[in-house]
Design a protein around this ligand. Structure first.
Ligand SMILES: Cc1cc2nc3c(=O)[nH]c(=O)nc-3n(C[C@H](O)[C@H](O)[C@H](O)COP(=O)(O)OP(=O)(O)OC[C@H]3O[C@@H](n4cnc5c(N)ncnc54)[C@H](O)[C@@H]3O)c2cc1C
Length: 433
């Protein structure tokens, strides 16, 4: 180890950005350690907002946080690059070359030294190797993909508005009715409502959104069945067609084919069924991983095979005392990040990393765009309290408020929320360019 410890965090998402900020303020600014955040992108968007980016409800020009600017203000360094491997023998992270849009090399492959490494690269949608999914579906795993969906939607709506036959509908299928799929379905109806106000000759009666779920109810991971029922009712009211007990067997250019022989026509299919860590994470650097490529960690977030490497958030498989695994959620990524920062600080002080992670479910909230918000809160009190409407919406947005306050401090974080509120008043409600 050099004069000061090199702490490297790979992935600046919901978890990685919070640990980099906390360690940067606590150790980096005081010269007690060198903190480096690596991300393949140049700016941070909080992933639970990606469906809003995809429909244009959120403008990344306003909401994205530049990693370089944030690093300079919070005592850490930033390196842009995509991790491809870890060389544990030499304690180095290996980054792919950076290419420009024409494929010319801007930066060669690089190796970054670490004394402590935190893996926080998140997850991607699991295609379960179903034929046609990779080729014919779109995904909502990162900002680029969300922007791609936005462009595809706007192009479809623009063409449709000038060429459509009245008996013809824009057919959009969303596969997977977890929070992402449900929120995306509602957000699309909201986008069409807004677009018709901007002179596009379309309205929601021309939009056919089908939400498809293999389980017997939507939101199958949400414990309370009442929430699934309330959300199903609301989606039906908005006009989303909900199909449960429906398993996709293959996808082609214009349709989805179900295991029980049905064909569902689709102009655009958004795939959002479950998550896995990216394939290159399978046994990366010889670390132990599970069947969905998550790195196995101990309850203190140290990887099972290397005490100097930690993994947090969606890419980590963290066991709980009852034998379950921590679910891939924004709230768990955040809680793991803050605790891991404490464990690394303990190790730097020569003490064992003794803090252990116990998942605290603060509740599940589903936001159906402007239409409704529903969920349960504080599920540790007798199974939780069902909340709906404005209270639920306030709590839902408070998760993002907390993230901003963690990243910017209470004063600037609160000011930013006000600024975003004002921006929503003075700018159109959809980003159209
Ligand atoms: C549309 C949507 C809505 C959601 N809504 C909710 C919600 O309401 N509540 C909730 O609790 N959870 C929600 N989630 C889940 C939540 O977003 C994730 O659980 C959470 O973001 C995981 O945090 P993370 O830090 O592990 O990964 P992420 O936040 O995904 O961050 C991963 C980071 O790693 C970077 N990266 C990836 N690969 C590499 C690489 N090879 N090299 C370098 N950098 C890399 C990425 O650019 C990204 O910045 C939602 C997810 C989606 C997609």
């Amino acid at each position: 180890m050099g004069a000061v410890a090199n702490i490297v965090i790979v992935g600046g998402g919901a978890g990685g950005m919070e640990i980099a900020t906390k360690l940067g303020r606590k150790l980096g600014r005081k010269g007690k350690a060198k903190i480096t955040l690596i991300d393949c992108a140049d700016s941070h968007i909080w992933k639970p907002l990606l469906h809003e980016v995809a429909t244009g409800a959120l403008d990344i020009g306003i909401d994205a946080i530049s990693y370089r600017g944030h690093a300079a203000a919070h005592g850490y360094h930033f390196q842009q690059g995509a991790m491809t491997d870890i060389d544990r023998e030499h304690k180095q992270v290996i980054l792919a070359p950076i290419l420009d849009e024409k494929g010319n090399e801007l930066l060669p492959a690089r190796r970054i030294d670490y004394d402590y490494l935190v893996l926080a690269i998140g997850s991607i949608a699991n295609d379960f190797k179903i034929p046609g999914v990779r080729e014919h579906c779109v995904f909502l795993d990162n900002t680029q993909q969300a922007m791609q969906i936005r462009t595809m939607l706007l192009n479809k709506f623009m063409r449709y508005a000038s060429h459509h036959q009245l008996d013809d509908k824009i057919k959009i299928a969303v596969v997977g009715a977890g929070a992402t799929g449900v929120e995306m379905s509602a957000e699309m109806h909201h986008a069409v409502e807004q677009l018709s106000g901007f002179g596009y000759k379309i309205d929601t009666s021309l939009l056919e959104v089908t939400l498809i779920e293999a389980d017997s109810r939507i939101l199958p991971k949400v414990e309370k069945q009442e929430i699934s029922q309330a959300v199903t009712n609301q989606l039906n009211q908005i006009g989303v067609r909900v199909m449960t007990n429906t398993r996709i067997d293959r996808v082609d250019e214009s349709a989805l084919h179900t295991c029980d022989g049905q064909t569902i026509a689709s102009d655009m299919t958004i795939w959002s069924t479950g998550v896995k860590a990216p394939d290159f994470m399978r046994e990366i650097g010889g670390l132990e991983s599970n069947q969905i490529n998550q790195v196995m960690v101990k309850p203190n977030m140290q990887t099972t095979r290397d005490p100097h490497i930690f993994a947090i958030g969606d890419c980590a498989a963290c066991p709980q005392p009852d034998g379950s695994w921590v679910p891939p959620r924004g709230q768990s990524a955040r809680q793991m990040a803050l605790m891991t920062a404490d464990n690394i600080s303990l190790m730097l002080a020569g003490q064992p990393p003794s803090k252990e992670y116990l998942y605290k479910d603060l509740g599940s909230l589903v936001n159906l765009s402007k239409f409704h918000t529903v969920g349960n809160l504080m599920s540790f009190i007798g199974g939780g309290v069902l909340v709906e409407g404005k209270i639920a919406r306030f709590v839902y947005t408070s998760l993002y408020r907390r993230h901003l306050i963690e990243l910017h401090g209470i004063f600037k974080g609160t000011l930013l929320m006000f600024a975003k509120g004002i921006s929503r008043i003075i700018h159109p409600h959809l980003k159209l360019h």
